[in-house]
Design a binder for this molecule. Structure first.
Ligand SMILES: NC(=O)c1ccc[n+]([C@@H]2O[C@H](COP(=O)([O-])OP(=O)(O)OC[C@H]3O[C@@H](n4cnc5c(N)ncnc54)[C@H](OP(=O)(O)O)[C@@H]3O)[C@@H](O)[C@H]2O)c1
Length: 290
C-alpha cells in the first residue's frame, strides 16, 4: 500500500502540472528487459511508446499493456546507427513532444573471442549500443532544453540507459560489447555534467542502469553455473532509477559486489577472473552448439 502510494505520487510529479502522466519511450521493447520496462512504466500510469524492429512482437507487448489498463503506442524502427536514430527521434518528438523520459534499452551482443570476430560486427554493436542511444539522448535533451529552463526543471525529464556490468567488469567473449557500453556510459556521464551546469539543462536526469547476466533472448545461447537476474527485476531497477533520479544503479547484491571488487581491487579481481573464468562467466554452451 505504501509503495503503491509512493509510485502514484512520483508519477504525478513527472506530469505536466495538471496531474496528467507524460509519455515514456522504451527502445528495444519487443521482448526481454525492454518489454518488462514498458510494462513497469505503464503500470504506474505512464503512456509508453514502444520501439524495436519487430512490429508483431511490439504489437503483442502493446496488447498486454492495454489489456492491463495501460496505454501503449507502437513505433517500429531500426536503431542501428546515427542516421536511423535521428530519423526516429524526429518522428518521436513530432508525435510526442511532451515526452518525460527515454529508456535507451535496445542492445546487440555478438558473442566470441576478440581474435575470432568479424571486424564488421564490432561496428554493428557500436551502432546499436552507442551511436543510436547517443543520438536519441542528445536530440531529446536539446528538445527539453528548448523549453524554458524553469518549466523543464519542474517537469523532471529523464534519460536512462540500460548499459551493462560488462562496461566495468571484464567478460570474456563480450569484449567489444562491453567496450560499446563503456563508451555509452562515459558519454552519458559527461552529458549529465554538461546539462547540470547549463541553465536550460537543469532538471534533466541522466541515469545509467548496469545489469549483470540476465536471462533473456540475448543470453539464451549462454550457459552459466550462476543464476541470472530476471528481466522483471531489471525493469524494476530502471523504474527505481527514474523514480528516485539515481545516477547509476547496479541491480542485485552479487553484481554490486563484482562491480565494487573490480573498481577498488582491479588486479586482484583480474586474477580471480583469469583463474575462474571457466565457471564464473556465462559462456556459449550446448544450446548454441546444437
Ligand atoms: N541479458 C543480459 O544479460 C543483459 C545484461 C546487461 C545488459 N543488458 C542490456 O539490456 C538491454 C536489453 O537486453 P535484453 O537482454 O532484453 O536483450 P534482447 O531480449 O535481445 O532484446 C534486445 C532488444 O533490442 C532490440 N534491438 C536490437 N537491435 C535493434 C535495432 N537494430 N534496432 C532497434 N531495436 C533493436 C530488439 O528488438 P528487435 O530485434 O525487434 O529489433 C529487442 O527488443 C540491452 O541493451 C542489453 O545490452 C542485457
Amino acid at each position: 500500500m505504501t509503495s503503491k502510494r509512493k509510485s502514484i505520487k512520483t508519477a504525478f510529479s513527472t506530469g505536466t502540472g495538471t496531474g496528467a502522466f507524460r509519455p515514456v519511450l522504451v527502445t528495444g521493447a519487443s521482448r526481454g528487459i525492454g518489454a518488462d520496462t514498458a510494462r513497469a512504466f505503464a503500470r504506474r500510469g505512464h503512456p509508453v511508446v514502444v520501439t524495436a524492429r519487430d512490429t508483431e512482437e511490439l504489437k503483442d507487448v502493446a496488447a498486454s499493456i492495454q489489456s492491463s489498463g495501460g496505454t501503449a503506442h507502437v513505433m517500429p524502427a531500426d536503431l542501428a546507427g546515427t542516421a536511423k536514430a535521428k530519423r526516429f527521434v524526429d518522428k518521436l518528438l513530432r508525435a510526442h513532444p511532451d515526452l518525460c523520459c527515454v529508456v535507451l534499452n535496445a542492445g546487440l551482443a555478438v558473442h566470441g573471442p576478440v581474435v575470432d570476430r568479424d571486424p564488421a560486427s564490432f561496428m554493428d554493436e557500436f551502432d546499436v549500443n552507442y551511436f543510436a542511444p547517443v543520438t536519441i539522448a542528445r536530440f531529446v535533451a536539446a528538445h527539453w532544453q528548448g523549453q524554458s529552463s524553469q518549466a523543464a526543471a519542474a517537469r523532471r525529464n529523464s534519460i536512462i540507459a540500460v548499459s551493462s556490468l560488462t562496461a566495468t567488469v571484464p567478460f570474456p567473449g563480450h569484449a567489444n560489447y562491453g567496450a560499446s557500453k563503456a563508451a555509452l556510459n562515459q558519454l552519458l556521464r559527461n552529458l549529465r555534467v554538461e546539462l547540470a551546469s547549463s541553465g536550460s539543462g537543469q532538471g534533466i536526469h541522466v541515469g545509467i542502469v548496469l545489469p549483470g547476466y540476465t536471462e533473456t533472448a540475448m543470453t539464451a545461447e549462454l550457459e552459466s553455473l550462476l543464476p541470472g537476474s530476471s528481466p522483471v527485476f531489471i525493469a524494476e531497477s530502471v523504474w527505481d532509477c527514474f523514480e528516485r533520479r539515481l545516477d547509476e544503479v547496479v541491480p542485485g547484491l552479487d553484481n554490486k559486489v563484482a562491480a565494487g571488487l573490480f573498481r577498488f581491487f582491479p588486479s586482484v579481481s583480474d586474477k580471480i577472473l583469469k583463474a575462474g573464468a571457466g565457471f564464473l562467466v556465462p559462456r556459449p554452451g550446448k544450446k548454441s552448439q546444437a
